[in-house]
Design a protein around this ligand. Structure first.
Ligand code: 13P
Length: 248
């Protein structure tokens, strides 16, 4: 089975609406012939600007978070219907920074995933171990637990269309990338876990990304691994280098 490659940028809390317009106009020609799907996950305030700026191009826009309720008294939150209506195609769920700083739990991430599918938005579900867990040889158990909790009650058709991003916490923003062997080992485990939970068709279809200090020099090696279908890119997605990573 050949899975279409995908490279997604996660801008985190960077870029104003005005900077978004400027950056997207520079990015467009760099990725217009890309063979991979190209996604940029922008801050909520930039979503409408980014969607307007990418209309008619091959760049798709994602959000970085979403609430699991349809509407209501949740000051500061953004609902799935709001994202859908704005034209958002992807949403990052369960990023380790939100788990850490916003105390997001696996149960909330599961509710968000179910809601995203209801609204036709593809989750980019993040998982990843701490350095301590890796040192204690707990990586595999921990990742399996995160995947199983996040996908409780999610149908196999939905899983076939979703994206999972393996982002070891020790490699995020540190400049320390997992080696391609380390990244492949865990991405393979994730695919095996999906096969056990669903079936081989589903594990063959789900796209699994690596994230954590991906840059223009290491992307090609990481993306050439059999179970790595692309990347989720933080810091390097804020530079024109993102074009090189997409084309890697
Ligand atoms: P860096 O690429 O900056 O390490 O960030 C990775 C990440 O967290 C993407 O979601």
């Amino acid at each position: 089975m050949s899975r279409k490659r995908i490279v997604a940028g996660n801008w985190k809390m960077n870029m104003t609406p005005a900077e978004t317009v400027g950056f997207i106009s520079k990015l467009k020609p760099l990725v217009e012939d890309a063979e991979a799907d190209v996604v940029v996950c922008v801050p909520a305030i930039d979503i409408v600007t980014a969607i307007t700026a990418t209309r008619g191009t091959n760049i798709m826009i994602g959000a970085q978070n979403m609430h699991f309720e349809e509407s209501g008294a949740y000051t500061g939150e953004i609902s799935p219907a709001m994202l859908e209506s704005a034209g958002v195609k992807f949403v990052i769920l369960g990023h380790s920074e939100r788990r850490e700083y916003n105390h997001e739990t696996d149960a909330e991430i599961n509710k968000k995933a179910i809601k995203a599918f209801e609204h036709g938005i593809t989750p980019i579900l993040c998982c990843g171990e701490t350095l301590k867990q890796r040192e204690l040889d707990l990586t595999e158990d921990f990742i399996r637990m995160q995947i199983k909790s996040a996908l409780a009650g999610v149908s196999k058709i939905d899983v076939q269309n979703m994206i999972i991003a393996y982002e070891p916490i020790w490699a995020i923003g540190t400049g320390e990338t997992a080696s391609s062997e380390q990244a492949e080992e865990v991405c393979k485990t994730i695919r095996k876990c999906i096969e056990e939970m669903y079936d081989e068709n589903t594990s063959d279809a789900v796209r699994i990304l690596y994230g954590g200090s991906v840059n223009a020099s290491n992307a090609a090696e990481l993306f050439s691994q059999p179970d790595i279908d692309g990347g989720l890119v933080g810091g390097a997605s804020l530079k024109p280098d993102f074009g090189k990573i997409v084309n890697a």
